[in-house]
Design a binder for this molecule. Structure first.
Ligand SMILES: C[S@@+](CC[C@H](N)C(=O)[O-])C[C@H]1O[C@@H](n2cnc3c(N)ncnc32)[C@H](O)[C@@H]1O
Length: 213
């Protein structure tokens, strides 16, 4: 499901900051050489993530779901001078490409890639984060929220992608489709959690932003 018309989307992109040359190259390379390129955040959402990061001015960011590194680079653009972003992906085949572009974008010293299952790696981390970006396997969204919550600073943000799930969140549940049910449960959980202030932005496939009170 497209939430806005192609014409409006074109207008929005044409009046938002351009992708850098490196991000544009990564976008094209991902589409040419990697499976499921729709997973990449892309120009508009990438600019939104960069803008949010610049507004928050984070010292530490955790990203769950690196893929080819596009959103990690966008989020890293707003890091404080000595800030760092840690990004986790279970797919080791993507690591070389992600690292190549992280270096080309000038973030070699700021972005740390980790390979492994995020549900196993997060409990081993002892850092505190200003932003956590959840953009990995949907059935684990609620697990990720609980796993990161105590690692998010007071006033920090948990941002989750794909929370509209192509509009399937509005449909009755199909027991065979666990991702849709978990996303619906995730949105309800955040909406009813008094520990956070939340807003669901209908950007691309939906961004749920939760601010820890
Ligand atoms: C939607 S893509 C991430 C896109 C990326 N954030 C971007 O916007 O360019 C989801 C990624 O999550 C990774 N993933 C899936 N399950 C995971 C898990 N249990 N732990 C860590 N990464 C996982 C996949 O390998 C995939 O690369």
């Amino acid at each position: 499901m497209e939430f806005i018309s192609q014409e409006l989307d074109d207008y929005v992109c044409a009046h938002s900051e351009n992708e850098s040359a490196i991000l544009n190259e990564l976008n094209r390379t991902t589409h040419l050489s990697v499976l499921q390129p729709r997973m990449l955040s892309g120009h508009f959402q990438g600019r939104v993530l960069s803008m949010l990061s610049h507004m928050i001015q984070p010292k530490n960011i955790l990203e769950i779901g690196t893929y080819t590194g596009y959103s990690a680079i966008c989020l890293a653009e707003g890091l404080q001078e000595n800030g760092t972003l840690t990004t986790i992906d279970v797919n080791e085949e993507l690591e070389d490409l992600a690292k190549e572009y992280i270096e080309k974008a000038g973030f070699k010293d700021k972005i740390k890639t980790m390979i492994g299952d995020a549900t196993e790696l997060i409990p081993q981390m002892d850092e505190e984060f200003d932003i956590v970006f959840i953009d990995a396997d949907k059935p684990n969204y609620i697990n990720y929220y609980h796993l990161v919550f105590d690692k998010v600073k007071k006033g920090g943000y948990i941002i989750a992608d794909n929370v509209l799930w192509s509009g399937k969140v509005m449909l009755d549940s199909d027991p065979a489709d666990s991702s849709t049910q978990v996303i619906k449960d995730y949105n309800s959980l955040i909406h009813n959690d008094p520990r956070v202030q939340e807003v669901l932005l209908p950007i691309r496939d939906g961004l749920m932003i939760a601010r820890k009170r």
